[in-house]
Structure formats: C-alpha cells, structure tokens
Design a protein around this ligand. Structure first.
Ligand SMILES: Cc1cc2nc3c(=O)[nH]c(=O)nc-3n(C[C@H](O)[C@H](O)[C@H](O)COP(=O)(O)OP(=O)(O)OC[C@H]3O[C@@H](n4cnc5c(N)ncnc54)[C@H](O)[C@@H]3O)c2cc1C
Length: 309
C-alpha cells in the first residue's frame, strides 16, 4: 500500500514538476543522491574510496521518450567514462535500459548499451544493468544474454520478489553468465508476478543467494553482488560464506548511497569487497520516490526538512 503510493507518485509528471521546485524536498533527497552534476557523483565516490569502498556511478534517468534523448544519455555515460579515465578512477557504471531507449526500441537500446559497455571495457570497468519494473524483465534479460557472452564486464540485477527469478537465475548459471546483482526489488508488482509478503521476498532472496554462492554455481562462473541493507540476510550470507569457504572473488556486498553507512564501513573494514551505488543527476525524483516507498520513516525526514525551511 505504502510502496504502491510512492511508486505511483514516481510516475506522476505533475507531481514531479511541482515537487522538484521545493527546496526542502531536494534537501531530503540529497541524503540519497550525491548531487545534480557528474562532479558531485565523483566526489562521493572519492570519499567512499578513501574508506576502502568502491563505487557504482548511476547517471539518473529512466523512460526516455525519444531516440535523441536516449542518445544524449548514452553520450553522457561516455563522457563520464572519459572523465573517470582522466582522473584514474574506475567505479562501475549502473545503467537503466529505459534510459538508453528501451521504450523506443530494443535495437536502439542495444546499440546504445553496446557503446557504453565497449568503452567501459576499454577503460577496464564494469557496466551493471539495473532491473526495472516487470514490464521490462524479459527484454532486459534478452539484451543481457545477447551481450554478456561477448563482454565479461557486464552484470545484471535480479529481483528476489519476482517468481520468475528462480528460473532466470538457473538459466543464467547454466549459460555461464550468472554475474548477478541480487536485490529484493523496488517496484510495485501484482501478486501473480511477485511475492506480496516481505517474509516470502526475504526467503526467496536467501534461496537465490545461496544458489549463487554454491560451489556448483561458482564452477560455472557465477558471481553474486549481495545488494541489500538487511542485516539478518548479510549475517546469514557471512555464515554461509565461511561454512562453504566461498572465495572473496566470488561475491561482494552492495548498498545504496546514504543508507547504512555504518554497515558499509564495517564490512569494508572486515576486508570484504563493498560497493556503493551512487546516483547523480537532475532526474532524481523517481529514484527518491522509490526510496520513500521502501521506508515510511523516510517521509518524516522530508517533513523535518520542511519544518526547518
Ligand atoms: C546496490 C543496490 C542496487 C539496487 N538495484 C536495484 C535494481 O536494479 N532494481 C530494483 O528493483 N531494486 C534495486 N535495489 C533496491 C532493492 O530492490 C530494495 O528496494 C532496497 O535495497 C531495500 O531493500 P533491502 O534489501 O535493503 O531490505 P529491507 O528489508 O527493505 O531493508 C532492510 C533495512 O535496510 C534499511 N533500508 C532499506 N531501505 C531503506 C531506505 N529507502 N531508506 C533508509 N533505510 C533503508 C533499513 O534499515 C531496513 O530495516 C538496489 C539496492 C541496492 C542496495
């Protein structure tokens, strides 16, 4: 109910135009978004790197409506890669396929994605494909499958709340391209597509995580980025990793900018690979709405900023 409200707000243009003008909303959003410019994203990543934490740079944007906008987004990613190279930085990049034109056509999107992945490969970094709502799951996996065998510097996100994810994970393991960022899922999905109850989503997460950490999956090249702030699941992962002697190069932990910094630092200090997803850009509204939808307490954070204004 709560999530449904904010996911629906995230798509509402009138709200977007209104809300983005209110300074106190931006102040609240800036807990989760590094800033509006590339330099803001890079500054946040530098700060993380100083603490032994890697970055995943996300240029905010989704559901572009023209080929020209998709091209512009692609050029922005290429420009970001040039900047990173000049600065000697190698954070991963996160891309949303609807930012690169998936709503316009699969071919346009594939061409744009290929350019970003190729340039990332040249400079020695990785492109992580975010997973959006279930309307895009099939097409996102199809594009990933087409490019992943040729480009080992690609990964894809899988959402534990989708019923289909079990089969998707099996198929990717089978094909030797299970380089997966495992998350719970941030959109609003109907009960015939996704587990409606949190406890079932968590159970599915643990099942998929264990499968990807298993010796059999690892032998087929599986790599899992455990993308969650759920301490119970992280502790469970650490127990399994120790028990099954999973090598450090078969997994990592990932979290979002502005969430559970304490946990990010603690895992990095214990010597685990930790990467933080750092969004930047002017299109922060839908991303921020999804963060509000995940946690009712975040709305008080907005209200506090309003009262302070
Ligand atoms: C690196 C990364 C990449 C992601 N990529 C995708 C993607 O491609 N597609 C997709 O659908 N989803 C993505 N997500 C979002 C994910 O699906 C969840 O919606 C989000 O991570 C919250 O779930 P949780 O696993 O942290 O567990 P929860 O059980 O929701 O939360 C566990 C704890 O984390 C903290 N927490 C969680 N969310 C918030 C919040 N918004 N504000 C403050 N504290 C919070 C709280 O302490 C909470 O008790 C990504 C998440 C991460 C970490």
């Amino acid at each position: 109910m709560w999530r449904a409200l904010f996911v629906s707000l995230s798509r509402n243009r009138t709200m977007k135009e209104r809300v983005m003008r209110w300074g106190f909303v931006w102040r609240a959003a800036s807990r989760f978004v590094a800033g509006e410019r590339l330099e803001d994203g890079l500054r946040a990543i530098r700060e993380l790197e100083a603490m032994g934490i890697g970055g995943i740079l996300d240029h905010l944007g989704e559901n572009v409506e023209s080929a020209a906008d998709a091209m512009r987004a692609t050029e922005d990613y290429l420009l970001a890669l040039d900047h990173l190279t000049a600065l000697g930085m190698r954070p991963h990049l996160a891309v949303k396929l609807t930012h690169l034109g998936l709503d316009i056509g699969e071919e346009i999107c594939e061409g744009n994605l290929r350019r970003v992945i190729e340039r990332a490969a040249q400079v020695g970094t990785v492109v992580e494909i975010d997973m959006e709502s279930s309307v895009y799951t099939e097409r996102t996996l199809r594009l990933y499958r087409r490019l992943a065998p040729q480009y080992p510097n690609t990964r894809v996100a899988i959402q534990a709340y989708l019923y289909r994810s079990r089969e998707d994970v099996e198929r990717l393991i089978e094909e030797g391209i299970a380089r997966i960022r495992l998350c719970k899922g941030a959109y609003q999905e109907p009960p015939h597509i996704a587990y409606p109850r949190k406890r079932d989503v968590d159970a599915s997460y643990v099942r998929l995580m264990e499968r990807l950490l298993s010796a059999e999956a690892r032998q087929r090249g599986a790599y899992v980025a455990i993308a969650t702030h759920d301490e119970r699941i992280i502790q469970h992962a650490l127990r399994r990793i120790a028990e099954w002697e999973v090598p450090r190069d078969a997994f990592e932990f990932q979290m979002l900018y502005g969430i559970r910094r304490d946990l990010q630092i603690s895992l990095a200090r214990q010597g685990y690979t930790v990467r933080v997803y750092v969004p930047y850009g002017t299109e922060w509204y839908p991303y921020f709405m999804r963060r509000l939808g995940e946690r009712p307490a975040n709305v008080w954070f907005v209200v506090r900023n309003l009262l302070r204004a």
